[in-house]
Design a protein around this ligand. Structure first.
Ligand code: ADP
Ligand code: MG
Length: 703
């Protein structure tokens, strides 16, 4: 009999080699194996006949191999593995390009019965017949009868294959495990199971791998069968209990309550060279209220690019300093840290605060002096990059830790900065707005404030999509702007020339712009490989109006703030992600003059995703709409870099697809964790989870 915690090497059919392959996929126990769910299902009770295939649709067919051989294209001798196969109604061709042919050549033989899955298209070289490129396939055993087979005559699970682990192997192993499994302990509280009418865990696992015949294909594809629903709910519920639990623990800490009276609150506003927006005022009030409390502030400040988060953070900094505490302000890049440093110095010019800048590029002697002042409490505000996290950086009395562009850092870095003090107040900021449901999960231990208003006198940036044919028009427009005293960014994806990708590299563009197109204007080049002093000089020239056009790679993506810049021209816009494009566009539109974003489409044909991105950007400047769209196109995994976020990787659920379930799961989790009367039940319930799961969802020591 197998238990969930049994190591996989005790499963029949798993030797040391296979155990290693499984471990490489993070499958160590029987439980891990069972939570490796199919990524799709195939109804093999009947197949589409070759004569019924519709060009352009994805489907599966069962055919017999007639020929299989290596060929080469006439033009550039590109090797192709060509396979012809047929059923009673017709013939199809399968093709594999690149190095894959080596493997295909070894395994395919005439007469084999094979299931191919892929998108069948008209063959451009053979009128009327169909081909499929790089299809998924499964070679069937000759002798096995369909009756009782786990591969045929039923709805069959298809797994993500990995090196040495085909989908058939996984199917066998999981089938074995399911039939030899002893008891499966329940993970959800009884009341929750009943309230939501959830399927029993064991049955859910069985049905999720081997759905019974009457299961509907649409429900499987949408992951909405009762079995899959239960597993998704389970995962999200545990995730939410973990998040909620961490939050509870954070609420028990004792920090450094500040005295913030109305006088100080007013004084913090006196530094500003402008009137704060209502949203900025509100957010500062929220933070002031937090910092008065004995429990440390733990706040996320969200707000679109350019809404003015930095000032608010620095005002909170002033409140900390007036309370005799030190402030750490961490930014993801040197340029940004430098910019914040300059900004803070200007803002606090008359305050007498001592402000330092710590980056990786600092000279040893200077660094030592800075750290000395810091540890003796003579330095009040230290701004820097992740260099702040180095072990010899120690504060005398760190009272407020600020992290800018939080999504660029991991949770670990946040905690490491916090550890430089005794439960300091913490403020993290991000310009990547996240739908509320998700931010509550992702930043579950944080309270969220939002700046939803732009400073006055900003006009929305007009965005145009242009191709190479319109390039000269774009340049004429740039020239007009410069003649009117404005400045222009030209953004490029890469620095050096690369043969493979037909990109216009920054250096080449710079030379061309300065040499041929705008010989009379002052053009500058900024990229990541410049020394930081050079970078600084280039930035200063642009910020000070001593250069007209700044050709740059994405090093300027975050935080650059030059109000006189009115044009952002982005080369190869199709190569950037949506959030990044939005960030880049946010570099303009910061002054009174109307601003423009010119998206240059680099190649004539771009993929459907890229064109979705560019159109979305053209249609809206609302960061929230853009973030939602980004999420939709890319999926949450990539969007958040889940590992960065500190959440466990989800095996079953999908934060976006399943957000309704997430909502319900969160309500149930809150009910379990927050309800004081249910504390014993929380403890009892958590104790019933396996230690692996307790660790996975951060529930160690609950109850
Ligand atoms: P972000 O939220 O993107 O970090 P910043 O803090 O860099 O935005 O602010 C963008 C620009 O707007 C800065 O030049 C800042 O001085 C200016 N700014 C911020 N708040 C206001 C305001 N209330 N009125 C006018 N300008 C403001
Ligand atoms: Mg900023």
């Amino acid at each position: 009999m197998l238990e969930l915690q049994t190591p996989v090497q005790f499963v029949k059919g798993v030797g040391p080699g296979r155990a290693r392959d499984l471990a490489a996929k993070n499958i160590h126990t029987v439980e891990d194996l069972l939570y490796t769910l199919p990524y799709r299902y195939e109804d093999r009770t009947r197949f589409c006949r070759v004569s019924d295939l519709q060009p352009g649709t994805k489907t599966s067919i069962l055919v017999e191999v007639s020929t299989a051989r290596l060929t080469a294209t006439r033009k550039n001798r590109l090797k192709i593995f060509n396979l012809a196969a047929r059923d009673k109604t017709g013939l199809i061709r399968c093709k594999w390009f690149h190095s894959e042919y080596l493997y295909q050549r070894k395994i395919f033989r005439r007469g084999q019965q094979v299931i191919f899955h892929g998108k069948f298209e008209l063959d451009p070289y053979s009128a009327g017949s169909l081909q499929v490129i790089n299809p998924e396939f499964e070679i069937l055993d000759q002798a096995v009868p369909v009756q009782g087979s786990i591969d045929m005559g039923r709805i069959v699970p298809v797994y993500e294959a990995a090196r040495g682990l085909g989908t058939r192997t996984l199917r066998r192993l999981i089938h074995t495990v399911l039939s030899e499994l002893s008891g499966v302990p329940e993970t959800l509280p009884m009341a929750v199971l009943e309230r939501h009418d959830l399927m029993d865990r064991r049955a859910a696992l069985q049905e999720s791998h081997f759905p019974s015949a009457e299961t509907r294909g649409e429900d499987l594809a949408a992951r909405r069968t009762p079995a899959l629903f239960r597993l998704i709910f389970e995962e999200l519920f545990l995730l939410e209990v973990g998040v909620r639990w961490k939050r509870r623990l954070a609420r028990k800490l004792r920090g450094m309550p500040f005295r913030i009276d109305p006088g100080l609150r007013r004084a913090a506003g006196k530094f500003l060279p402008f009137r704060p927006t209502r949203a900025q005022e509100r957010v500062l009030d929220e933070m002031a209220e937090d910092m008065r409390q004995p429990t440390p502030m733990n706040r996320l400040l969200q707000g679109d690019v350019g809404c003015g988060k930095t000032v608010v953070a620095l005002q909170a900094g002033a409140m900390a300093v007036e309370n005799g505490a030190q402030v750490a302000f961490m930014a993801p890049t040197e340029i940004l840290a430098e910019q914040h440093h300059l900004y803070a110095r200007r803002l606090f010019a008359t305050s007498g605060y001592r402000i330092g800048l710590l980056t990786g590029g600092l000279k040893r002697a200077e660094r030592n002096r800075l750290l000395e002042e810091l540890s003796h409490g003579r330095l009040q505000l230290l701004i820097g990059t992740h260099a702040l996290l180095e072990p010899d950086v120690s504060f005398q009395r760190l009272g407020l830790a600020i992290i800018d562009e939080q999504h660029r850092f991991g949770v670990r870095q946040r905690f490491n900065l916090m550890k430089k003090g005794v439960h300091p107040h913490t403020l993290v900021m991000t310009a990547t707005p996240i739908p509320r449901t998700l931010s509550m999960t992702l930043y579950g231990d944080l309270d969220v404030s939002v700046i939803d208003e732009m400073p006055p006198n900003r006009s929305p940036v007009k965005t145009h999509l242009l191709d190479d044919l319109k390039r000269s028009r774009a340049y004429r427009f740039v020239a007009d702007q410069v003649r009117n005293g404005r400045q222009v960014y030209v953004l490029c994806p890469l620095i050096e020339e690369s043969e493979k990708l037909d990109l216009r590299p920054a250096r080449k563009i710079f030379e061309q712009l300065q040499g041929e197109i705008f010989p009379d204007f002052r053009v500058d080049l900024l990229h990541g490989r410049l020394k930081s002093a050079e970078k600084e000089a280039v930035m200063q020239r642009f910020a000070g109006g001593q250069s007209d056009i700044l050709v740059s790679t994405t090093v300027i993506e975050v935080g650059m703030d030059v109000a006189n810049a009115t044009v952002m021209l982005i080369e190869h816009a199709e190569r950037f992600g949506l959030a990044q494009l939005h960030q880049l566009r946010g570099r303009v539109g910061r002054g009174r003059e109307p601003s423009y974003c010119l998206l240059m489409q680099g190649s004539r044909t771009i993929g459907p995703e890229a064109s979705q991105r560019l159109n979305c950007l053209r249609e809206t400047t609302d960061g929230f709409v853009i973030a939602e769209k980004d999420l939709e196109i890319r999926g949450p995994g990539e969007f958040f870099g889940t590992r960065q976020s500190g959440l466990p990787t989800l095996r079953v659920a999908h934060l976006l697809r399943d957000r309704r379930i997430l909502e319900t799961a969160r309500r149930e989790a809150a009910c379990l964790v927050d309800n004081v009367e249910s504390q014993t039940s929380l403890g009892q319930w958590a104790a019933g989870l396996s230690s692996g799961w307790q660790a996975r969802y951060g529930l160690v020591g609950v109850g």
